[in-house]
Design a protein around this ligand. Structure first.
Ligand code: ZN
Ligand code: ZN
Length: 147
């Protein structure tokens, strides 16, 4: 009758090792994973309401779990140091990449801006001229009527 629930409770569902230390458990299906397996799982960084969260799917029930990565408790619990470091390196590499393509885009944007600015100036000139003309006409009419 003495069932050792402790052992089965701490078994990682992926590597089947007994988890010692931090345990990643699912709030819905009670699935448990060790940190090592958690580190191998696919994760996504998302920006939700100006918060940066890490999303991963429970390997058993596919529940999407969001973790606040700026919460020190979470950094310790999920051992996020390595993940954040890798992510920043990846982001940095990606940033360099996007900067290169941005430069091409920027010159095109500058070109468009130049056209647009000139176009705006023309419109402004037309508008001012129109106003001046209208003011001139009303003044003439006003003077003509007055006399
Ligand atoms: Zn494991
Ligand atoms: Zn689950």
């Amino acid at each position: 009758m003495n069932i050792d629930t402790n052992n089965t409770n701490n078994e990682c569902s992926i590597c089947l090792n007994i988890i010692d230390g931090h345990k990643i458990d699912c709030i819905r299906c009670n699935n448990k994973n060790c940190l090592e397996c958690f580190n191998k799982m696919d994760k996504k960084i998302k920006y939700i309401d100006k918060n940066v969260v890490l999303e991963y799917k429970c390997p058993q029930c596919q529940l999407e779990v969001s973790i606040d990565i700026f919460d020190t408790n979470n950094i310790i619990k999920y051992d996020l140091n390595k993940f954040i470091k890798d992510y920043i390196i990846e982001l940095n590499n990606g940033l360099i990449q996007s900067n290169i393509s941005n430069n091409i885009l920027n010159s095109r944007l500058m070109e468009l801006q130049f056209i647009f600015r000139n176009f705006y100036n023309i419109i402004k000139m037309v508008y001012i001229f129109d106003k001046v003309l209208l003011l001139g006409i009303t003044t003439i009419i006003f003077i003509a009527y007055k006399n």
